[in-house]
Design a protein around this ligand. Structure first.
Ligand SMILES: Cc1cc2nc3c(=O)[nH]c(=O)nc-3n(C[C@H](O)[C@H](O)[C@H](O)COP(=O)(O)OP(=O)(O)OC[C@H]3O[C@@H](n4cnc5c(N)ncnc54)[C@H](O)[C@@H]3O)c2cc1C
Length: 547
């Protein structure tokens, strides 16, 4: 019998969701609540996304947990208790699993399922998404909730396959954990994940060698058990605090908006302010010390130098301190790390720092790792080398339309979107916190909820009017991309070779991807666009253009 007769007819949905992290789960909740038939497809064997995959030692959020949590249900935010100021990975994953159970989301998540392609049929006006098992799903809308930091980047060093020890990537950590006791360990990479794991691995391993290409700035997290009174006060005014957070550039509340330039005060006053922020802990508080730290190089230099001096005062070996003191980018223009005892770790006798900018890694050998000048014997290597950020997950899906548009081709020179939400030529496909949105520059759960709410309201608007197709105009998209670039160019961000620029992926176009005009400004713009009948988008019923 021909195969076609054996295979069941494709599943028919209103909305196919790619990803079962915080974004995919909220999309199920919100869209299903409107009576839509939805299903999320998740490559992992559990929900949670980032917090399912990144199980390395020391993994925790760097936005305080009272903020870094869902706001959509006041009952949820009242009842959940965070044990510490910054939740660690197991706690955050436990929270996400609790949300999945509490709102009965699991029945609409298909685990262990990778979406490999998505094709839009312009005649039927619907998407067909295909799984790695060959299952086809038809859906009017497709929501890409595939994550910005979900495509781990393992560098393709020569010889990696011959290494006799074990190697790991921070974003693909074994569920059973790793015991480094008695081992000689190498950590490659000193971004957020490296900075979090290095102090803990150093305590366990016999010897740790850190291979650093670029020094990053890190500030103390000052993590601590949650104070009962602080939690009570926060929860007493939770909704108002959330609203206040949405009115800030990073969607993070609790920090008074700065009023002065760093250059308008004396050096003594400035250093006292930085010292108080350093003692308080956290990155937003520090960057909020003055109005112009991210827009004026001279102002930024004062903050960068303050942190460099802190490093020099903590690290006893002056050569190591200078290597750790970042000098190639203004503070805050790369993801600012938060740590617990990171710089102090380099004072341990069993820790060495190697500058692989000066002496690059040549190859992995059976016994360890070789730079141009020497070989390091290692029993285990950890790659904390980050992700193909922001576009990686979508680049891995073959997204195209029946009339010949291919997303990979369209984005060959860098991602193009309108509001970070949709792509011209790809109707009915929404992207959550994608390039062109402020997502990665904010408390991301706030951005996820804002995006999913906007998408849900948009789909609701269309349903009420009997419409079933939406896409942005090429002009609106071009204007938005232009605006994103203009805003980025008015800041110091483009001065850094960061993953915001695609700089960590060889061959990736250097385009500044996030919108850095602020969450508050962006949200207002999205709301205005919707209020004006989805300005810049074309909404239609199959065949008839309506707006
Ligand atoms: C170590 C680390 C720490 C972080 N800390 C913070 C923080 O403190 N504050 C903050 O705001 N943000 C933080 N982030 C960013 C974090 O990614 C977001 O806060 C949030 O978890 C993103 O949720 P998401 O659902 O959008 O994406 P993800 O959590 O990345 O989930 C996307 C999911 O989609 C799945 N997927 C991708 N492609 C496919 C496919 N083709 N088919 C099927 N499934 C697919 C992936 O497996 C993944 O599970 C951190 C990120 C990392 C890596």
């Amino acid at each position: 019998m021909p195969d076609a007769l054996n295979s069941p007819s494709p599943r028919q949905l209103d909305v196919a969701i790619v990803g079962g992290g915080l974004a995919g789960l909220y999309a199920i909740h919100r869209l299903r609540g409107m009576g839509l038939k939805v299903r999320a497809y998740e490559a992992g064997s559990g929900v949670g996304g980032t917090w399912f995959w990144n199980r390395y030692p020391g993994a925790r959020c760097d936005v305080e947990s009272l903020e870094y949590s869902y706001a959509f249900s006041d009952a949820l935010q009242q009842e959940w208790k965070w044990p510490e100021r910054y939740g660690n990975q197991p706690e955050i994953l436990q929270y996400i699993n609790h949300v999945a159970d509490r709102f009965d989301l699991r029945r609409d998540v298909q685990l262990n399922t990778r979406i490999t392609s998505a094709r839009f049929d312009p005649t039927a006006g619907e998407w067909t998404v295909t799984t790695d098992a060959g299952e086809e799903i038809k859906a009017r809308y497709c929501v890409m909730a595939a994550g910005n930091l979900s495509t781990p980047r393992v560098p393709d060093f020569k010889g990696i396959g011959d290494f006799k020890g074990e190697w790991y990537h921070s974003g693909l950590w074994p569920h059973e954990g790793v015991d480094f006791s008695g081992l000689r360990v190498g950590v490659v990479g000193t971004g957020s994940s490296g900075v979090q794991m290095i102090p803990l691995i150093a305590r366990q391993a016999r010897h740790l060698t850190v291979f650093q290409r670029t020094a990053n700035f890190s500030l103390p997290a000052r993590n601590a058990p949650m104070e009962t009174e602080r939690e009570r006060a926060h929860k007493a005014e939770y909704p108002a605090r959330r609203r206040a957070a949405y009115d800030t550039p990073f969607a993070i509340g609790g920090h008074p908006k700065p009023t002065k330039s760093a250059l308008a005060v004396t050096a003594e006053e400035r250093n006292a302010a930085y010292e108080s922020k350093w003692q308080e802990g956290g990155s937003i508080s520090f960057l909020y010390a003055y109005t112009d730290l991210l827009v004026n190089k001279e102002a930024n230099d004062t903050a960068s130098e303050f942190v460099r001096n802190k490093i020099r005062s903590i690290v006893t070996d002056p050569t190591v301190a200078e290597l750790l003191a970042a000098k190639d980018h203004p503070i805050g223009t790369k993801r600012l790390c938060l740590d617990t005892g990171y710089y102090e770790t380099y004072n341990r006798p069993n820790v060495a720092l190697v500058d692989v900018r000066r002496d690059p890694i040549r190859e992995i050998t059976p016994a360890g790792l070789r730079t141009g000048q020497r070989e390091f014997e290692l029993d285990a290597i950890v790659f904390a080398t980050g992700f193909d950020a922001m576009t990686g997950a979508l680049r891995e899906i073959d997204v195209r339309t029946g009339d010949g548009a291919v997303l990979a081709d369209k984005w060959a020179g860098g991602p193009l979107t309108y509001l970070g939400l949709m792509v011209a030529g790809f109707p009915n496909m929404f992207v959550v916190t994608g390039p062109g949105s402020p997502g990665v520059k904010t408390q991301m759960i706030a951005s996820i909820e804002q995006h999913v709410d906007w998408i849900a309201d948009c789909v609701g608007h269309m349903r009420e009017r009997g419409l079933d197709r939406i896409e942005p105009s090429l002009q609106a998209e071009a204007d938005w991309v232009d605006h994103v670039n203009t805003v980025a160019d008015s800041t110091l961000y483009p001065l850094a070779n960061s993953w915001y620029m695609g700089a960590n992926i060889p061959g990736k176009p250097r385009v500044f991807m996030p919108y850095v005009g602020g969450f508050d400004r962006y949200k207002r713009r999205c709301d205005e666009v919707a209020a004006r009948g989805y300005e810049g988008f074309t909404l239609s019923r199959r065949a008839t253009v309506v707006a």
